[in-house]
Ligand binder design. Sequence first.
Ligand code: NDP
Length: 449
Amino acid sequence: MNSYLEKVLNEVKIKNHNEPEYIQAVEEVLSTIERVIDKHPEYENLAILERMVEPERLITFRVPYINDEGKTIVNRGYRVQFNSLIGPYKGGLRFHPSVNQSIMKFLGFEQIFKNALTGLPIGGGKGGSDFDPKGKSDNEIMKFCQSFMTELQRHIGQDVDVPAGDIGVGAREIGYLFGQYKRIKNAYEGGVLTGKGLSYGGSLARKEATGFGLVYFMREMLGANNLNLNGKTVLISGSGNVAIYACQKAQELGAKVVAMSDSKGCVYDKDGIDLALMKQIKEVERGRISEYAKRKSGVEYMETTSADAPIWTIKADIALPCATQNEVTLNSAKSLVENGVIAIGEGANMPCTKEATDYFLEKGILVAPAKAANAGGVATSAIEMSQNSMRYYLTFEEVDAKLERIMINIFKSCQKASEEYGMDKNYVAGANIASFTKLAEAMIAQGVV
Ligand code: NDP
C-alpha cells in the first residue's frame, strides 16, 4: 500500500476502532486501488479517500413498540446516508439482533461502490435495527415497522433516500413500512421504498433479482474463462431471498445445487435440491431448514457448531455464499479448495473474510465479489423506481432482460478494469477499481462538498 492509502487506513482504524466490519470493508477496497492512487497523485490533496470513508450522515433513533403481552420494548434504529454523489441514497434495511453501527457502516460503504457499478443513478446508504423478527407475531412486526417508519420518514423520500429490504426485511415488512409512510405523508410516493408488493407499486422480478443476477454474473465470469455452469455442482449458503432465487437460476442453467443452509445448519441433498419443497418450508412456513431433511429421504442434515459452517466441507465445483458477512472463514476456504472448487460467487455482502478471499485468489480460484455479483437486486430496485416515476409497469421478461444486460455490463467493467490495471482475472480488484474511479471523477466534478 502506498503512503496515502496507509495514512487513510490508519486514520479509519483509529477513528472507528470499535467497528471491525467497517474497517474490514474499507481495507478490502483500499488494498486493491493502489495502482489507481499511484496514477492520480492529485487525489491526496483533494482528500478523495478521506471524503469517501466518512458518511455524509449517520442517524440513530429509538424505536419503541408494545408487544403482544402488553410490554413496551425499545430497539435501536439506524440509517447511514453514506454517499449521494451519483443519486439518492439507496440501500436496504436489515432487521437482525446483530445489527450495530459497524455493520450498518460496512454495508453502507459497500453499497456506494455496488450502486456505482450498476450504471444507474443511485447513491449509497443502509439502515436497519437490532430488532429480531424471528418468533414475533404479524401484529408485533407491524407495530415495530410503524414505529420505525414514524421516525425514518423524516429522513427519506423518493429523491432523497430510498430504502429496500435486506436480512429480516422482506415483502411483509416493506408493506407495513410503506403503509405507515403513506399515512404520515398523505401522498403516494411509490419510489420511496423498493421491494414493494406487486399490488401497490412493486416491480416484477425484483424478488428474484439478486439471486438471478448473481448467477448471470457467474455465467459471464465462467464463460470468460472457458468454463460453464452446465452440469456443475453448487453449494448455496442461506435459504432466504438471495439463496432461493440463486438456486432457481442455477438449476435453470443446468447446474446441480446439492446443499443449502440457514443459521442453524445445512442440508446435503446429493440428488439436487427440491426447490418447491425448500420454498414451501422457507417462504410459506418460515420453518427451519432441518425440516427439509425430515421430509425428503436420502438428505443429510449437518448442524452448525462453530464459525466454520459445515456446508463448506461438501465437495462441489462452485460455492455461492448467500447468507451473511464473514461466513466463509479461512478454514472453510481451505476445505473448498481442497475439494476442487473452481469459483466463488458472493451473493451475500462480504461473506468471505479477507483471509479467505486472499486465499482463493492466491490459489487461482475465480471470485465474483459481492459488490458486483449481488448488484442485480439494487439495480432492479432502481428499475422499480423508474417504473414508479413513469406510472407504468414492465413485464417480468422485460425486467429480467434489463437485469441480465446490467449484470453482463457489470462483469465487463470488472474485467476491463482488472486488465487495464494489470490484475487480470482479479475481479475483486476490478470491481473496486471500476467503481472507485467513477466515484472519484464525480467527486472532483462536484467540488468540495
Ligand atoms: P434473508 O433474511 O431473506 O435470508 C438470510 C438467510 O441467511 C437465511 O437463510 C438466514 O438463516 C441466513 N443467515 C442469517 N444470518 C446467518 C448467520 N449468522 N449464519 C448463517 N446463516 C445466516 O436475507 P437475504 O437473502 O435478503 O440476504 C442475504 C444476504 O444477501 C445478506 O448479506 C444481504 O445483505 C445480501 N443482499 C441481499 C439483497 C436482497 O435483494 N435481498 C441484495 C444484495 C445483497 P436464518 O433464517 O436461520 O436466520
